[in-house]
Design a protein around this ligand. Structure first.
Ligand SMILES: NC(=O)c1ccc[n+]([C@@H]2O[C@H](COP(=O)([O-])OP(=O)(O)OC[C@H]3O[C@@H](n4cnc5c(N)ncnc54)[C@H](O)[C@@H]3O)[C@@H](O)[C@H]2O)c1
Ligand SMILES: [Zn+2]
Length: 393
């Protein structure tokens, strides 16, 4: 006989389960050469004998630099027809414009629907961080998430954004306002894409390597310093080392940092980013992400010294490296003030806090190679840092 249910007791059952994510991050060259098996192996990782439906979205900037790429991809699919069923090759406008344009996501979703992409199909994105973010977002909301593979084509996307788990587009003038945390199926970094990247974009990606070295790995920072001349010339082996070193540090943070989906108040990899995001917005993307991050790193390193956390002189060292890599560490928008005379860039702190909610959490430096979290920033010190940068410009 069943007991009579209690009328008053609350019935709370704790549901709990974990999901393990695993995905390969591959470094290769000429991924669409017929003999290169990286893509086929990635597609077939779980179902080796299946023919996989694939839709490939390619950054228009990459297509313009590599006019043969579309036919190479088609030839590759034809040569591996046992594994690849290519249902379309879609050009996507490259750069921040694709994240700003409100039509990008509806257009992509319409194409995914027209090509009957299902939860076993693959959406493959080939492009810079912006195209990867937008295509990744569309694929992770379509059918509540279809498999997506990334081919990052810029230094920044290969050494930082492409190896992560975030996808997003901008909305209401706010960067990355809508997006998802969704690990990809695989990431294939092809160094041949970086060869055809304009110098400005090559340099921009180096800022993220400097950033992650500063907060996580002093030895890597010293390596960057020792090889800054070769890096400034974009020497291929040096650029390869920078990309792999930075990608590994970003991957380690996601794997071991304890908060891969950023549920807490901290954004540990976003050193230098509170002002960088604001500067990108204030300059209407005249400064690209990496260029804005370089300025943000300089500001927050100086702040670390002025607030007594970092040894004097380390700020000069960081600024010297960024300069030797070719970064310009000043933009007049740093001087723009609101009606109360407050630098507008300071609003970046509130935006940064709003993005995650909770307590303001900013990463500063305790030493080169070790970041430290703080929960308040003194506006007067930030102004001093801006003055310092301007004097050195
Ligand atoms: N998801 C994340 O975790 C994360 C992290 C950091 C940055 N991001 C985002 O990444 C974006 C910046 O990405 P980016 O620096 O890679 O630049 P980008 O995607 O804006 O591309 C810059 C330009 O280079 C072109 N391009 C790309 N690859 C090329 C190639 N191989 N040859 C010639 N032209 C090429 C593009 O068409 C574009 O015009 C920002 O939107 C930023 O917010 C995302
Ligand atoms: Zn960044």
């Amino acid at each position: 006989m069943l007991d009579t249910p209690s009328q008053s007791a609350e019935d709370v059952r704790l549901q709990s389960f974990g999901v393990t994510y695993e995905y390969p991050v591959v470094f290769t060259r000429d991924a669409f050469a017929l003999g290169n098996r990286c893509l086929v192996d990635a597609l077939s990782r779980r179902e080796p004998r299946k023919r996989h439906k694939c839709l490939i979205c390619v950054d228009e900037g990459v297509l313009a630099s590599l006019p043969d790429l579309a036919s190479q991809i088609e030839n590759y699919a034809a040569a591996h027809t046992g594994s690849i069923d290519l249902v379309g090759l879609v050009p996507v406008r490259g750069g921040e414009i694709c994240k700003n344009d409100p039509k990008t996501i509806p257009n992509l979703l319409e194409i995914l629907s027209q090509r009957a992409i299902d939860r076993h199909s693959f959406v493959i994105a080939v492009g810079g961080g912006a195209v990867l973010d937008a295509v990744g977002y569309a694929s992770t909301i379509f059918h509540r998430g279809v498999r997506h593979i990334r081919f990052p084509t810029t230094v920044l996307a290969q050494d930082d954004s492409g190896v992560g788990v975030k996808n997003a587009v901008n909305l209401f003038g706010l960067k990355n306002l809508i997006g998802t945390f969704a690990p990809p199926w695989a990431i294939i970094n092809d160094s041949a894409f970086v060869d055809v990247l304009p110098p400005r974009e090559k340099r921009a990606g180096m800022a993220e390597a400097v950033k992650v070295a500063l907060i996580r790995d002093g030895k890597f920072f010293e390596w960057l310093e020792a090889h800054s001349d070769a890096l400034a010339r974009f020497s291929r082996p040096h650029l390869d080392h920078l990309i792999k070193g930075s990608a590994e540090l970003h991957m380690r943070q996601i794997r071991l940092g304890g908060d891969p989906f950023e549920m807490g108040s901290a954004r540990p990899l976003d050193f230098g980013h509170w002002s960088a995001h604001k500067l990108e917005q204030l300059t209407k993307n005249q400064l690209n992400h990496g260029e804005a991050v370089a300025i943000g790193i300089a500001l927050d390193t100086r702040y670390s010294v002025l607030s007594g956390r970092l040894a004097a002189g380390e700020d000069d060292r960081v600024v010297d490296l960024l300069r030797r890599l070719g970064f310009d560490l000043w933009h007049d928008k740093l001087r723009q003030c609101d009606s109360r005379g407050m630098p507008v860039v300071l609003k970046g702190l509130a935006d940064f806090q709003e993005h995650l909610g909770g307590e303001l959490t900013i990463t500063l430096l305790a030493e080169v190679g070790r970041g430290v979290e703080v929960h308040e920033m003194d506006e007067r010190i930030v102004r001093n840092c801006i003055d310092w940068l301007e004097q050195r410009a």
